[in-house]
Design a protein. Structure first.
Length: 94
């Protein structure tokens, strides 16, 4: 745990800052939501850092610039297919 915000333990301070931002704009969020079963789409479980249910959006935060064939990008595309929701991959150094 690197940060604690509003009773939630975050792996990174940046994650806690995003949670605070979404609270400030009254947007519901869930941190490290339950795994989405990827069966039939590569068979692997897909995990996002945040779920924004009001926007039907998953958010994945990473600390490096990904390429198109990066496993995080591949996983994000699979999550979009499995869930039918948008996926945002935000990258910047933490």
């Amino acid at each position: 745990m690197k940060a604690l915000y509003n009773g939630t333990k975050f792996r990174e301070l940046t994650h806690a800052k995003w949670a605070r931002f979404w609270d400030l704009i009254d947007l519901r969020w869930k941190y490290r939501p339950d795994v989405v079963d990827g069966a039939g789409h590569g068979g692997e479980e897909v995990v996002a850092d945040f779920m924004l249910p009001d926007l039907k959006t998953w958010v994945v935060l990473i600390s490096y610039e990904p390429t198109d064939d990066d496993p995080v990008v591949v996983e994000a595309k699979r999550l979009a297919v499995v869930s039918g929701w948008a996926v945002v991959v935000e990258w910047r150094p933490f």
